[in-house]
Design a protein around this ligand. Structure first.
Ligand SMILES: Nc1ncnc2c1ncn2[C@@H]1O[C@H](COP(=O)(O)OP(=O)(O)OP(=O)(O)O)[C@@H](O)[C@H]1O
Ligand SMILES: C[C@H](N)[C@H](N)CCCCCC(=O)O
Ligand SMILES: [Mg+2]
Length: 234
């Protein structure tokens, strides 16, 4: 045992990290990230759920992803500790940035995530839209995940078409030699075409970490009961 370690002062755990992507925009990445943040907090302690780049301000002047994730973090975080670039138009972030005369700075984003991860037990970083959504002329969220070297969690929004979107996304993740931590089956509708889930279970190249039912009013704490933590964190 290291001399600084005692029973009251156990050895520091390594930072558990995930990059959360999805099969599309609006498939439940924020819902799953917030639920996972609750689960991590119960099991590990301090959790930062980050949305480094967000687009689409709401009528109330807020970006709901940032509000959801900053309050799902433990301890809860400020807006500035959760998001680096907040863009108004509800469009692809690189385009929204260009309209505002901005270039999204890759190194700043990476440094922001690293700084916000300090002293945390876990960090969860949500993308925007799907895995290959651009952040600039020649880089995308996939490159951000690669630069961070975070394992990737894929949120699969369950509706007709999900099989193809999920397999394409998984292929893109694995083609970059990024570890795929798993995928989450998120029911976006009360009904699902027969065979969709069974086919995903059979063909997806990583473990399913949970199946979240369609429930519009569910809290993050409630949704967290359907999720397991990835084996790559063991
Ligand atoms: N399991 C579910 N049951 C019912 N509604 C859900 C479920 N999961 C997500 N939703 C709802 O679907 C909408 C889209 O979800 P969410 O905002 O999490 O998507 P997203 O992938 O984060 O989108 P974006 O690309 O904009 O970040 C939200 O209104 C959310 O509350
Ligand atoms: C506005 C939306 N909710 C997200 N923030 C941005 C989604 C970008 C998707 C780009 C695309 O794949 O066409
Ligand atoms: Mg979101």
């Amino acid at each position: 045992m290291n001399p600084s370690e005692t029973l009251e002062n156990p050895p520091a755990q390594p930072l558990r990290s995930l990059f959360v992507t999805g099969t599309d925009t609006g498939v439940g990445k924020t819902a799953v990230t917030a639920a996972l943040a609750q689960r991590c907090a119960r099991e590990m302690g301090r959790v930062a759920a980050l949305k480094p780049v967000v687009s689409g301000v709401e009528a109330n002047g807020q970006w709901s992803d940032v509000e959801i994730l900053r309050t799902a973090s433990t301890p809860s975080r400020s807006f500035e500790q959760t998001c680096l670039y907040a863009l108004d138009p509800p469009i692809a972030p690189h385009w929204a940035a260009a309209q505002a005369g901005l270039t999204l700075d890759r190194h700043k984003i990476q440094r922001f995530i690293e700084q916000q991860s300090a002293d945390m037990d876990a960090v969860l970083v949500e993308g925007a839209g799907g895995f290959l959504v651009p952040l600039g002329d020649n880089w995308s969220f996939a490159d951000l995940a690669l630069g961070l070297q975070f394992p990737v969690l894929l949120v699969v929004g369950l509706r007709l078409g999900a099989i193809n979107h999920a397999l394409l996304s998984a292929e893109a993740i694995l083609a970059r030699a990024l570890p795929m931590a798993g995928w989450v089956a998120n029911h976006l509708q009360p009904d699902l075409a027969p065979g969709t889930l069974e086919t995903l279970q059979r063909l997806m190249p990583s473990p399913c970490l949970g199946e979240i039912p369609f429930q519009a009013e569910a809290s993050s704490v409630c949704r967290s009961q359907y999720l397991s933590l990835p084996a790559c964190w063991d």
